[in-house]
Write a protein that binds this ligand. Structure first.
Ligand SMILES: NC(=O)c1ccc[n+]([C@@H]2O[C@H](COP(=O)([O-])OP(=O)(O)OC[C@H]3O[C@@H](n4cnc5c(N)ncnc54)[C@H](O)[C@@H]3O)[C@@H](O)[C@H]2O)c1
Length: 349
């Protein structure tokens, strides 16, 4: 088992290893102590892993309730948020009790938000079961639900008390969902770790524990220096500004991971044409994305993408901040006038 300590405003450990789900109860005893637990999960993960989680809690004498949402992004909404808050209240959860978020980023974001606002904040423990959740959403304390106007528009910063990542749960992921997570994995290496990029070239699945450890270590470092997303945490948005635009333009038929992969490719090619990035680094990145079943091209034009990207949260007034690779392992933030975004994207297509 590997451990990463996240020294955020509330410090916590991220445990990464095999069969950790079966030690959920004893790990909770060691970190949060005695309390009542609300397991929050989705219907797919419920069928696969709830029994093991429940048995692990029972063995340590924990009493629990369970709240199950339908799987998929559409469930990350205000109705489910309110329903979960009401469920916690009906079942008399108090400020000393705890939520266990068992699932992917949708479950983690929704239940983390509920934990952040129920009784002005109760503890929660993340048990990520997708690669994306393991390397990204379960760590760092960003929680959210989607609004009709867009994704992640309501949320709070609320750090978990513990993250327990049982890598064996990733074995049941559908290939495309695993690939989505690979886009985020490759993102970390391109942002600031060339040696990690070279390790990823040897295969992600076969070295999954080390890969997750590397990603979480990077995420922890970034969160520690910019917990509230005002500076270097923005580097984690590599490929995301154009990626979000691609997701929108495709009516969300192109998944988040695929869109980030294409977005990363576009911004890297753009950096090459500006003379900021070596073309070999771009070609190596395209090769690694493709090797992990990710697309690197889309059919949308620069005008469409720039129009949608202009509505992105990362836009601030007349400028928009892009994460620009100056090579694998070396990304920098670059604020450009929004009026020039289309020209920049054009260079990357
Ligand atoms: N909070 C953050 O910092 C942050 C960062 C990145 C992404 N996100 C959010 O994360 C969400 C995406 O997360 P996701 O990709 O995990 O999606 P998800 O939670 O929707 O999971 C994807 C699918 O995989 C299924 N699944 C989960 N675990 C499984 C397993 N072990 N075996 C088989 N199937 C399993 C789920 O039921 C679902 O159908 C988005 O809402 C995004 O906004 C948040």
């Amino acid at each position: 088992m590997k451990t990463v300590r996240v020294n955020a405003s509330t410090p916590y450990d991220v445990l990464i290893g095999h069969s950790l789900l079966d030690s959920l109860g004893s790990r909770l005893k060691g970190s949060i102590g005695e309390c009542k637990i609300c397991i929050v999960t989705d219907d797919k993960v419920d069928d696969l892993y709830s029994v093991r989680a429940q048995e692990a809690l029972q063995r340590e004498g924990y009493s629990y309730n369970k709240f199950v949402i339908k799987n998929g992004e559409a469930s990350k909404n205000t109705q489910n948020l309110i329903a979960l808050l009401e469920f916690l209240a009906e079942n008399a959860f108090t400020r000393s009790d705890c939520i266990v978020s068992l699932g992917g980023g949708v479950v983690g974001d929704l239940s983390g938000f509920a934990a952040g606002i129920y009784l002005r904040g109760i503890r929660f423990v993340q048990v990520p079961t997708t690669l994306l959740a393991a390397v990204d959403s379960s760590v760092g304390g960003k929680t959210a639900v989607d609004l009709a106007a867009g994704k992640n528009l309501a949320g709070v910063f609320h750090q978990p008390s513990l993250v327990l990542c049982d890598v064996e749960t990733l074995d049941t992921l559908e290939e495309n969902i695993f690939a989505d997570g690979c886009a985020e994995v490759i993102k970390y290496a391109v942002i600031n770790d060339r040696p990690m990029f070279e390790r990823l070239q040897k295969g992600i699945k076969d070295n999954i524990e080390e890969v997750i450890f590397d990603c979480v270590t990077h995420k922890a470092e970034i969160v520690q220096s910019d917990e509230f997303d005002r500076g270097c945490r923005q580097l984690l948005n590599l490929g995301h500004t154009v990626g979000h635009a691609i997701e929108h333009c495709s009516n969300f038929e192109i998944s988040h991971g695929s869109a980030v992969a294409i977005g990363t490719t576009i911004v890297m090619k753009m950096a090459c044409s500006l003379g900021l990035c070596d073309e070999n680094d771009y070609l190596e990145t395209v090769k690694l994305l493709k090797a992990n079943a990710l697309p690197t091209k889309c059919n949308f034009n620069a005008e469409e993408l720039a129009r949608v990207a202009g509505a992105d949260k990362k836009r601030s007034g007349a400028t928009i901040t892009l994460v620009v690779p100056h090579g694998i392992g070396n990304c920098k933030l670059m604020a450009i006038p929004y009026s020039e975004l289309c020209t920049y994207i054009e260079k990357g297509l």
